[in-house]
Design a binder for this molecule. Structure first.
Ligand code: ZN
Length: 324
């Protein structure tokens, strides 16, 4: 057993599923495993410890595991605590690192899931070689990561790169966070649904409303994208409005960080062909001095479903010296 190769584990805890994998020093994925996510901080701790143990024992004959990286949705601080987690049940102020380290007997590194996804894109995705970038995940809400000098920036307390609650319309609708008019009220999956309901309230989308009980209330984002695909011009107009709001937030991110590339990930990127070109076009309309600066490449994420877990593993690889 003494000549086993070094490796690290990465686990990404999603709202419904949790993906764990093991990588070697070169960042190659050796094996991976997907479990349903358990609910509540105590159950998540248990799940993480069990999944890490399972992965470790499956690779034990050839590899020694020297660290565990964990990616979680929400505000994660530099002490390995999940401070606020709107998409997980009962997981605010969850001291992930301190609870888990004694259970697994190795260093535990914790970061936000979008930061982890950005590490995966830098390593093996669309952002290989990128020095300055922004990654935005468009899902139920909006996540983000800031790449400076080729590395993910965590900020003073570990919470940098969270643009979902930038105020883009202070007179706008109330957000889950308590503020009003946050970017994710318009530019997330929930935002697309809101824009659809608002259009229906003013009398648009009549044929779509006819398919969902005759009222705007049940309209969700996927209804809009499906109708737009089928050629409904009013659904296409809502999608265009959505792409404009996405661009507004991207322009704000770009004004702050001057990225060479903006990477868009998250569930909504499934419909990249529908809204990606519109985002690129609108970004040039709302970006300051667009004609006087190099074009910012806007690209869909490419690291796939395992991006969060791979990025968590890469974090552990960096912090335990597995990668120089
Ligand atoms: Zn908000």
């Amino acid at each position: 057993m003494s000549n086993r190769e070094p490796s690290v584990i990465g686990i990404d805890v999603g709202g419904t599923k949790t993906l764990g994998l093991v990588i070697d020093a070169a960042g190659n994925v050796l094996l991976q495993e997907k479990w349903p996510t358990r609910q509540g901080a105590a159950a998540v701790t248990e799940m993480l410890a069990e999944l890490a143990q399972e992965l470790r024992s499956r690779i034990a004959t050839t590899h020694k595991v020297r660290g565990l990286g964990v990616g979680l949705a929400g505000l994660v601080d530099s002490m390995g605590r999940l401070r606020r987690a709107p998409n997980l049940v009962d997981a605010d102020e969850f001291a992930v690192r301190d609870l888990l380290e004694p259970r697994v007997g190795m260093p535990v590194l914790v970061d936000n899931d979008a930061n982890c996804a950005a590490r995966a894109e830098l390593h093996a995705g669309v952002a290989v070689g990128v020095r300055h970038g922004v990654l935005i995940t468009l899902g139920t809400g909006i996540g983000g990561a800031l790449i400076v000098d080729g590395a993910v920036v965590r900020g003073a307390a570990g919470m940098a790169g969270e643009p979902g609650h930038m105020l883009v319309d202070p007179a706008g609708p109330k957000c889950v966070c308590g503020l009003s008019g946050c970017w994710e009220r318009y530019a997330s999956g929930a935002g697309l649904a809101y824009l659809g309901r608002r259009a229906a309230d003013r009398g648009d989308l009549a044929s779509l409303v006819g398919t969902v009980d005759g009222t705007p209330e049940p309209i969700r984002g996927e209804h809009i994208t499906r109708a737009a695909r089928l050629g409904d011009p009013e659904a296409s107009a809502v999608l265009d409005e959505f792409a404009w709001w996405v661009s507004v937030g991207l322009a704000n991110c770009a004004a702050m960080s001057d990225p060479e590339m903006i990477i868009l990930g998250g569930g909504l990127v499934r419909d990249w062909d529908l809204f990606g070109p519109r985002v690129r076009r609108h970004l040039n309309e709302v970006l300051v001095a667009a004609e006087h600066r190099p074009e910012i490449r806007v690209e869909p994420a490419a690291a796939g479903e395992a991006a969060g877990a791979l990025g968590a593993a890469l974090l552990a690889a960096d912090e335990t010296g597995l990668r120089p």
